[in-house]
Design a protein around this ligand. Structure first.
Ligand code: NAD
Length: 479
């Protein structure tokens, strides 16, 4: 048990409704100041197996629990999240360095909403009946079984609950493996589910490294669904493991999304939206990190952008006035810095930032914007996952579409234009799971969410989540 920002957090796994330790542990370090904040159990194959068995044991009763009762329990979990919202917010901020302001106002309310939304949706989930030569077809949604959920560190609890809520609502049981850099709020959620009265084994958490407990979990024959959010290289490992048992997969991966600004755009709005791409210190999968700006306005746009970016406050994410906090981990920080250095070496110009924030030290990286970047350069094509944007210019709409699509990813795209006709024309041709027109990051849980190309496989959200977490069954009855 550790005390993090005044909140007691268990460092063990949560298996079958009990805290379980492992012989080995690892240190959880805060990116704010490099302090060790907790000792966390380092699970392996044994813990993964125990968690899957606990989830298998809990499955028959939970899957037969009425929809109304499951929905009631998920609302009780949401109540618990709301009751402990401030604790969850400060613990998550201490663990991953994202802004306390965002956690209090947006992220943690969304966590509660994830449970409420899927609980309510479950009650609306219909079934389909139709006749074939007098025979009645009845299509029903059966829970699939044990779901292994693997999540990243950039928005730990929000991304986990976006999977946990529909999986549980559908009548499945869950084993969650949070990222090793951010294990804490998953552990708090386990306490909340117990307080809410969720039966033992319905929700389980295993802690540890991806290559150890994560790999054992996704390779487990008892797992009937794997939902993964994270990087493309890990997705390849998980897909290979899933292939052994033909376990159905949902993959939500990285991006290198375009933000396209046409000359007919409201320039203030365009600059606002572009600066927003630095949110969470650039560690947002959906971020529009490639600014594509029509040549005739590029100079003015760049000047205004530089002024706005220069006015951002960087510092301690617990301070409600801070706009940009630290990046997650020394390894990740070095990776970001490597991208920036290689871009500079390749001749790019940093019109904003261009290196670590030496005034603050630690893991604080200056928001950076590069111009003078080649279309085939690393900085234009690889996901940095830090506060680093590039700006390229285009002359025609045709060229804008071509540049927007010239990536192996396809997660999102943002268009800023004053013309509805243009927005419709361009949107139709973009390869992206989500397109935002004159806005960014507006996400309704009813909408399908996912990526095209190497940004993912499948869609979750709304009834698409139930599609994924259920085995659909068609029963044909003779007249
Ligand atoms: P990552 O792939 O390194 O790790 C993600 C999770 O996978 C962690 O829990 C890790 O422990 C686990 N893992 C690692 N190896 C594993 C293995 N062999 N078997 C099973 N599990 C394993 O990703 P990350 O660095 O934590 O996250 C950043 C990436 O996630 C970025 O590419 C980002 O774009 C992406 N992301 C995507 C979305 C989305 O919704 N599409 C959302 C957030 C982040």
């Amino acid at each position: 048990m550790a005390t993090v920002a005044g909140v007691a957090v268990e460092g063990g796994h949560w298996i079958g409704g009990e805290r379980v330790s492992s012989p080995a542990t690892f240190e959880d370090v805060s990116p704010i100041d490099g302090q060790v904040i907790a000792e966390i159990a380092r699970g392996g194959a044994e813990e993964a197996d125990a968690a899957v068995r606990a989830a298998e044991a809990a499955f028959p009763a939970w899957s037969r629990t009425s929809r109304e009762e499951r929905a009631r329990l998920l609302h009780a979990v949401a109540d618990g999240v709301e009751k402990r919202l401030e604790q969850l917010a400060i613990v998550e901020t201490t663990d991953n360095g994202a802004l306390l302001r965002s956690h209090l106002r947006g992220v943690m309310p969304r966590v509660a909403h994830n449970f409420r939304f899927f609980a309510d949706r479950l009650l609306e989930l219909g079934h389909e009946d139709f006749d074939t030569r007098g025979h009645r077809n009845h299509v029903s949604w059966d829970p699939a079984g044990v779901c292994a959920l693997i999540t990243p560190w950039n928005a730990p609890l929000m991304l986990a609950t976006w999977k946990i809520a529909p999986a549980l609502a559908a009548g499945n049981t869950v084993v969650l493996k949070p990222a090793e850099w951010t294990p804490l709020t998953a552990s708090l959620l386990a306490d909340i589910t117990a307080e809410a009265g969720l039966p033992a084994g319905v929700f389980n958490v295993v802690q540890g490294y991806g290559e150890e407990v994560g790999a054992a979990l996704v390779a487990h024959p008892g797992v009937r669904r794997i939902s993964f959010t994270g990087s493309v290289p890990t997705a390849r490992h998980i897909s290979a493991a899933a292939a052994a048992h033909l376990t159905p997969l949902s993959l939500e991966l990285g991006g290198k999304s375009p933000l396209v600004v046409f000359a007919d755009a409201d320039l203030d709005l365009a600059v606002d939206l572009a600066v927003e791409q630095y949110d969470n210190a650039g560690q947002v999968c959906l971020a529009g990190t490639r600014l594509l700006v029509e040549e005739s306005i590029a100079e003015e746009f760049t000047a205004r952008f530089a002024a706005r970016a220069g006015a951002l406050t960087q510092g301690d994410p617990r301070d409600l006035a801070t706009d940009i906090g630290p990046n997650i981990h020394p390894e990740h920080f070095a990776r970001i810095d490597g991208f920036v250095r290689r871009a500079l070496d390749a001749g790019a110009t940093a019109v904003v930032g261009g290196g670590p924030n030496t005034d603050l030290g630690g893991l604080y990286y200056r928001p950076t914007l590069f111009t003078g970047v080649a279309a085939d350069s690393e900085i234009v094509n690889e996901e940095v996952f830090g506060p680093v944007l590039t700006l390229q210019t285009f002359r025609t709409e045709e060229q804008a579409v071509e540049m927007a699509n010239s990536t192996r990813f396809g997660l999102s795209a943002t268009l800023v234009t004053g013309s509805e006709e243009r927005a419709a024309r361009v949107t139709e041709r973009l390869v992206a799971g989500t397109v935002w027109v004159n806005c960014f990051f507006v996400r309704d849980l009813k909408a399908p969410f996912g990526g095209s190309r190497q940004s993912g496989v499948g869609r979750e959200g709304g009834d698409w989540s139930f599609d994924f977490y259920c085995d659909l069954k068609n029963t044909v009855t003779a007249p």
